[in-house]
Ligand binder design. Structure first.
Ligand SMILES: Cc1cc2nc3c(=O)[nH]c(=O)nc-3n(C[C@H](O)[C@H](O)[C@H](O)COP(=O)(O)O)c2cc1C
Length: 204
């Protein structure tokens, strides 16, 4: 039987913590993580988390080199749930949109699209210019899900960790993965609950 696998791409936008949290979540969910990080991601790992690239070896089930375009995730015959790119830089998203993929990270994303699997891009930049918006539209038309990691204040985050967990959890939801770091309106959040749900019965 094919193991349950998700490809995780890490590019050099701000927010490498989203990737690290996603890898922790996948471990608790028992989903194999197949990870590839760009050179710029290694920089943000150092700037933003004070970590060395070697931390990825400990966090990933399988870690690939960015230049290894012959890796399993470069082929559609290697079955996965799809790919999450967290965070996704403008450079990486633009390369995916063109199809001119020069690294394993973007090749793996292209493969996911051609196999009609799910590609979720946590695009991180602000503000966007028209070219960025057009590129995101093009990617959405190609089947990718554009999911900037925007905080959900209805979940009443108390810390940066809470904010990160909610975005990571909502991204994993898209792959059908139910992680317990996610706060759900109508379930975990008291204000979102309907009185009849609180009583455990439906009256409508
Ligand atoms: C600390 C830091 C933060 C950055 N934040 C962003 C960002 O939020 N979004 C973005 O598109 N690029 C950002 N960049 C620039 C990218 O790292 C740069 O464009 C790089 O070439 C992206 O390469 P990659 O897509 O191969 O990772 C940042 C760079 C550094 C060093």
């Amino acid at each position: 039987m094919t193991p349950d696998r998700l490809v995780v791409g890490i590019s050099g936008a701000s927010g490498v913590v989203y990737a690290m949290r996603a890898l922790e979540a996948l471990k608790t969910l028992g989903v194999e993580s197949h990870v590839v990080a760009s050179k710029a991601a290694e920089m943000t790992l150092s700037y933003e988390m004070g970590e060395k690239p070697s931390v990825l070896r400990e966090s990933a089930d399988v870690l690939y080199k960015q230049a290894d375009v012959g890796a399993p995730i470069a082929s559609g015959s290697f079955k996965t749930r799809g790919m999450l790119i967290a965070p996704c830089s403008v450079r990486t998203m633009s390369e995916i949109a063109t199809g001119v993929t020069s690294s394993l990270l973007t090749r793996a994303a292209d493969v996911v699209l051609k196999e009609r699997r799910l590609l979720v891009l946590m695009v991180r930049e602000t503000p966007f210019h028209l070219g960025h918006l057009r590129t995101m539209t093009q990617l959405a038309e190609m089947g990718a899900v554009i999911m900037p990691p925007l905080p959900a204040f209805y979940a009443h985050p108390k810390s940066v960790d809470d904010i990160v967990n909610q975005s990571v959890g909502r991204a994993l939801d898209l792959f059908g993965l139910d992680w317990d770091g996610t706060k759900r309106w109508g379930e975990d959040l008291e204000q979102g609950r309907r009185p009849q749900a609180r009583m455990g019965s439906r009256t409508e």
